[in-house]
Design a binder for this molecule. Structure first.
Ligand SMILES: O=c1ccn([C@@H]2O[C@H](COP(=O)(O)O)[C@@H](O)[C@H]2O)c(=O)[nH]1
Length: 232
């Protein structure tokens, strides 16, 4: 049965043991898990298969960004691994995203949600200026969202701060929002943040939460607190 929770816990760890230690403290009925670049580069597909065997649906957060054929074949490999969600950078362009969509659509069986990364939640206006984009993050997110919608993607990675504007123009896209910080927790390197409750209230579909849970003294209690905040 598919998990009903909006919470995705980021397993950002340097080893299999550390990731599985946290997973053992989490309940697959209360959260999904995210495998990102650090853990996947250390452990490979086996860590995904292990987490799936433990009952977790896995978001493979490798943010593919390459020419259309290479990206589409990477997405196909992720689909064949049985992940629940996979993502590509929208800045790879319309043809790249469309190639991923077309490739997934040719596959038989369950397909992962195909999600486009817009503007990283660690970035603010000055970071965009540094890469030659003289624009507010939300304007760039909306531009990339239009391309993702045209390519037939299922959703976007964005900040929850952009959710109201996105839902107004692309209500069919599911919004996956990192940069979630429970009140009182450290901002770390994130810049465009909201609390779990705020994020859900403004239209986020999925909340990606890493360090506020993974680095907590009691990760299970930290997850339970987020669950309670969302129910309250
Ligand atoms: O724009 C983005 C895209 C991905 N992420 C990832 O989400 C988690 C957030 O972790 P925290 O510890 O809660 O900051 C992390 O794995 C990032 O790679 C993101 O933060 N922003």
């Amino acid at each position: 049965m598919s998990c009903q929770t909006p919470i995705i816990v980021a397993l950002d760890f340097p080893s299999r043991d550390a990731a599985l230690d946290l997973a053992a403290r989490l309940d697959p009925a209360l959260c999904r898990v995210k495998v990102g670049k650090e853990l996947f580069t250390r452990c490979g597909p086996a860590i995904v298969e292990t987490l799936q065997a433990q009952g977790f649906e896995v978001f493979l957060d490798l943010k593919f960004h390459d020419i259309p054929n290479t990206t589409a074949m990477a997405v196909k490999a992720a689909a064949e691994l049985g992940v629940w969600m996979v993502n590509v950078h929208c800045s790879g362009g319309l043809r790249m995203m469309a190639a991923c969509r077309e490739t997934l659509d040719t596959l038989n069986g369950p397909k992962p949600l195909l999600i486009g990364v817009t503007v990283l939640t660690s970035m603010e206006r000055s970071d965009l200026a540094g890469i030659g984009l003289d624009v507010e993050p939300q304007a760039q997110v909306l531009r990339l969202a239009g391309l993702a919608a045209e390519a037939g993607l299922d959703g976007l990675v964005c900040s929850a701060q952009e959710a109201p504007a996105l839902k107004a123009v692309q209500p069919q896209l599911q919004l996956v929002t990192p940069g979630i910080r429970p009140a009182g927790s450290a901002q770390d390197d994130q810049r465009r943040i909201l609390t779990p409750r705020q994020a859900l209230d403004v239209g986020s579909d999925y909340l990606v939460i890493g360090r506020p849970i993974s680095q907590a003294a009691d990760p299970a209690a930290a997850l339970a607190a987020v669950v309670a905040e969302l129910r309250g």
